[in-house]
Write a protein that binds this ligand. Structure first.
Ligand code: ITT
Length: 210
């Protein structure tokens, strides 16, 4: 049995392939399944968007498990922006250099001097029998003053982790997965899957939601 990752973001795919390693499921992306159709994503919360994307995969491949993530960067001094619009911030097709420049400029103009921010991730998981779960994870940090590091993707170069004095763009991928918003949400997914799969990746007994 397969688990379909409903994402076209190559950075997320790389992280999920590591995060989901060792499951009794074949982890494949929508593109691996020959689907390049972009799932809908017009909800008003991370959870709604994650469910929309996972339901899209479940509709296309109802025999398989479906997993989607909606995530983003929430900046306090910007009233939570870019938030659920992180991938479309400063224009859908703009590069991350442009998005990061735009964010730093907005923050320089913000009334509040606070640079507090967090990465948020909500994962939606759908079983072949249609049961749905959402779980979340967060990583607290600050917006750095200039980009640092070439690891990760998206906003990682300007996400500053004061306790370790590094940006998340400087983190080894294994360490990022251990502490990140995505890694934390995924730990809950692994608990769910461990409880629900028998050794063959088939749904076992229903289990209360976490
Ligand atoms: P899919 O919908 O195909 O999964 P997407 O990139 O559009 O891909 P989202 O709508 O969930 O995904 O947007 C997430 C954006 O938030 C992502 O493009 C980054 O800009 C940012 N983001 C999320 N997690 C991140 C991380 O771990 N590191 C850096 N930026 C991250």
């Amino acid at each position: 049995m397969r688990l379909i990752l409903a994402t076209h973001n190559s950075g997320k795919l790389r992280e999920y392939r590591a995060l989901l390693a060792g499951l009794p499921l074949e982890v494949v992306s929508l593109a691996d399944c020959g689907s390049d159709e972009v799932p809908p994503e017009d909800g008003s919360s991370f959870a709604e968007n994650a469910l929309q994307k996972a339901r899209h995969a479940h509709r296309l491949f109802p025999q398989d498990w479906a997993l989607a993530d909606d995530s983003g960067l929430v900046v306090d001094a910007l009233g939570g922006r870019p938030g659920i619009h992180s991938s479309r911030y400063a224009g859908e097709t703009s590069s991350y250099e442009v998005k990061i420049g735009h964010l730093l400029a907005e923050l320089a103009d913000a009334a509040s001097p606070s640079r507090a921010a967090r990465f948020v991730c909500v994962i939606a998981l759908i079983a072949p029998d249609g049961r749905e779960w959402t779980v979340d994870g967060e990583l607290e940090g600050e917006i750095g003053h200039s980009p640092r590091g070439t690891e990760g993707f998206g906003y990682d170069p300007i996400f500053w982790l004061p306790e370790i004095a590094m940006s998340s763009g400087e983190l080894d991928p294994v360490y990022k997965n251990r502490i990140s918003h995505r890694g934390r949400a995924n730990q809950k997914v692994r608990v769910l899957l461990d409880r629900m799969l028998d050794g063959n990746g088939l749904p076992g007994q229903p289990h209360p939601v976490l």
